[in-house]
Design a protein around this ligand. Structure first.
Ligand code: SIN
Length: 285
């Protein structure tokens, strides 16, 4: 079995592939992981339809791609599963099942970590009939369109990221604990990142936790990141309209994403999320 034997339908002009008839529990068995990873690198985002997974099976799928990274905010983990974050507006017996605010606003995952997420996996257990889509945008495709001078200007630069800044911007009431602070010192990552497996170069950007850019004192770093960010999301986007039991996996090294609003009073949304820890980002210079 090779990549040619897996039927993929393109989802968006810039990224995204749908695999309609493959049970992900076969991956690593009769479906080689390498074939699926090759498709993931080609499409950046894969959607496996109609998956029937327990929480443990979701975790087993995640582990095929590397070590799961438990989120800093453990209050939103699925009970008994510290590596699974619950995103939901559902309240049962007075207890919120998950985080209803998470994921809104364009971002790539965990830039504030020294080893940010390589992959993110979302599993849609309940999805609203309208709204609640997830948007994606390719920073690879955006980078490919920059002229050589601009690419050369970006290559030596690093974005600086702060989890504290992100946390405080969200009006969180409880201060981070000493342990949470210790896990999240400020970090700097190359603005042009090289994929460790394919060698592909692309922009690696985040805005909400960005506290500046290092490498060129003449550059207004925040303005630069903001401009590149806007260019990417305006021009290289795909909108994922969820179906129940969609399993999405994407490569964060070259993609941004955001949740979109839905009527939280009328509709239920329940998504499980896992993250796979990536490498220390590799620069192009
Ligand atoms: C996320 O950004 O982690 C979640 C996106 C979504 O809920 O659509």
């Amino acid at each position: 079995m090779s990549t040619n034997d897996i039927r993929v339908t393109r989802l968006g002009d810039h990224l995204g592939g749908e695999i309609a008839d493959l049970d992900v529990q076969r991956i690593g068995g009769d479906i080689p992981l390498e074939a699926v990873k090759a498709l993931l690198f080609e499409y950046q985002l894969l959607c496996f339809r109609d998956q029937n997974l327990t929480a443990q099976e979701l975790l087993d799928f995640t582990r095929l791609f590397g070590d799961p990274d438990p989120h800093i905010l453990q209050q939103f983990a699925l009970p008994g599963f510290p590596d699974i974050v619950v995103l939901s507006n559902i309240v049962e017996d007075g207890r919120p099942l998950g985080n209803r605010k998470e994921g809104f606003g364009w971002h790539t995952d965990l830039t504030y970590m020294a080893r940010p997420a390589a992959y993110t996996i979302l599993y849609g257990l309940e999805v609203p009939p309208d709204g609640g889509d997830t948007l994606f945008a390719s920073t690879y495709k955006a980078y490919d369109t920059l002229d050589d001078d601009e690419k050369a200007r970006l290559r030596p630069l690093k974005g600086r990221y702060s989890y504290l800044k992100l946390y405080e911007s969200r009006n969180n009431k409880t201060p981070l604990t000493a342990e949470q602070r210790a896990r999240t010192p400020d970090v700097a990552h190359p603005l042009v990142r090289v994929h460790p497996e394919t060698g592909r170069q692309g922009m690696y950007l985040n805005l909400d936790d960005c506290i500046g850019v290092e490498g060129d004192d003449t550059v207004d770093g925040k303005a630069l990141v903001s401009r590149l960010f806007d260019y990417t999301v305006e021009n290289f986007q795909y909108r994922h309209k969820w179906r129940v039991r969609d399993l999405l996996i994407w490569d964060n090294r070259g993609a941004l994403h955001t949740a979109t609003p839905y009527d939280m009073e009328r509709h239920r949304r329940l998504i499980y999320r896992t993250s796979v820890r990536g490498e220390v980002p590799i620069g192009a210079d």
